[in-house]
Design a protein around this ligand. Structure first.
Ligand code: ATP
Ligand code: LTN
Length: 333
């Protein structure tokens, strides 16, 4: 009883990557019994950059199946699609009216993503406000995310505190980020100064959770490294540092143990070793995924989403009513 509340989401903007898995999903699985967890598919967020409608629908289903295949248990967690709970968009509007242009202009994700667009949608700029609404609707205590989302958590806290002090009421609980020690920032295999991302135009940069063993090994063999030929956890060797990070997040071994294990061993062997442990772990996930991806499980997925949306809506509706009351809207009788 009275478990702390956890909330997190992933955009259905492609097939999930090893970055999503190590930075988010693997940790969700570890904490799911200890906390009251709500995991959703951030489809409203996904359309901040253009999505083909049929691909988005497919990716949304695939993301849910990947959640479950990775070990998220639908019996003990609430799993839902963001667009199924209309309060997210509604609270987003209210919070827009309590957020400053200046603070949104400082968001690094906006700066990175807007550079890649010809026409930058207002939604992309407003992305963190909707994210704040997601979090604040459910009285979330902790938000397990990768390092790239830290700034969005900070702005969520600022908006919540500002709202509470403006109206003189503790309407929103102030959430905290929950960032893992290893795996919080997995970098692109082709450019270790950039984060691994499912919307990267070069698939060699990321490992998809559904890549087969040969593809995984090939991608690791081609990973960009350096000419030092020493397996060392150092900022001067970002490619090797990234591979050590991945190996550590999968095996649980410390960086120093990994350096010892691969002392005097060339990069070629090290890269294959990393590829092997990743392929082994993803193989188990893929077996579960393939089972879920058969027509007989179609209605199972729909049931999970319907049940999740209903549970989420009950909580979200209560919070939105509190917010409407705080800002001074008339009660609807
Ligand atoms: P997109 O490429 O569409 O921006 P993304 O792959 O960055 O998507 P998100 O849906 O934005 O993924 O993120 C989902 C979760 O995965 C977040 O908690 C985020 O912090 C985490 N995450 C994403 N990429 C990485 C990464 N490279 N390393 C660690 N965690 C990551
Ligand atoms: N912005 C997140 C996805 C996301 C999210 C959230 C994560 C949208 N709303 C609420 C945690 C809590 C991302 O990972 N890019």
């Amino acid at each position: 009883m009275n478990k702390k509340i956890i909330l997190s989401g992933i955009q259905p903007s492609g097939i999930l990557t090893l970055g999503n898995y190590l930075g988010a999903l693997k940790n969700w699985v570890k904490i799911q019994t200890e906390y009251d967890c709500k995991f959703f598919i951030a489809d409203l967020h996904a359309i901040t950059v253009h999505q083909d409608p049929s691909v988005l629908r497919e990716n949304t289903k695939k993301t849910i199946m990947q959640y479950i295949a990775c070990g998220i248990d639908p019996e003990i967690n609430t799993i839902f699609a963001q667009s199924h709970v209309h309060e997210h968009a509604e609270l987003g509007w209210i919070l827009n009216c309590h957020t400053y242009m200046g603070e949104l202009s400082r968001m690094t994700q906006f700066k990175d993503k807007s550079h890649k667009q010809v026409n930058v949608g207002v939604g992309l700029f407003d992305y963190p406000v909707l994210m704040a609404a997601d979090i604040l609707l459910y009285n979330s205590d902790y938000v397990p995310v990768g390092e790239d989302q830290r700034q969005h958590l900070e702005i969520t806290r600022d908006i919540a505190q500002r709202f509470n002090s403006t109206y003189g009421k503790e309407v929103f609980k102030i959430p905290e980020a929950f960032i893992p020690e290893t795996g919080a920032r997995i970098m692109s295999l082709q450019d270790p100064t950039k984060k691994m991302s499912k919307s990267d135009s070069n698939p060699m940069g990321y490992i998809s959770l559904l890549d087969d063993r040969d593809t995984i090994i090939k991608k690791f063999k081609k990973a960009v490294t350096d000419s030092e030929n020493v397996v060392r956890y150092s900022d001067e060797q970002p490619g090797i540092k990234n591979l050590i990070n991945i190996y550590s997040a999968i095996t649980g071994k410390s960086y120093t143990d990994i350096e010892k294990e691969f002392q005097g061993v060339g990069y070629g062997k090290f890269k294959v070793a990393v590829g092997e442990v990743v392929a082994d772990e993803l193989d188990i996930i893929q077996q579960k995924y393939n089972k879920l991806n058969s027509p007989e499980y179609n209605s199972y997925i729909t049931e999970i989403l319907n049940k999740g949306a209903e549970e989420a809506h009950k909580i979200a509706e209560t919070k939105l009513n509190e917010v409407y009351d705080a800002v001074g809207f008339l009660n609807k009788l």
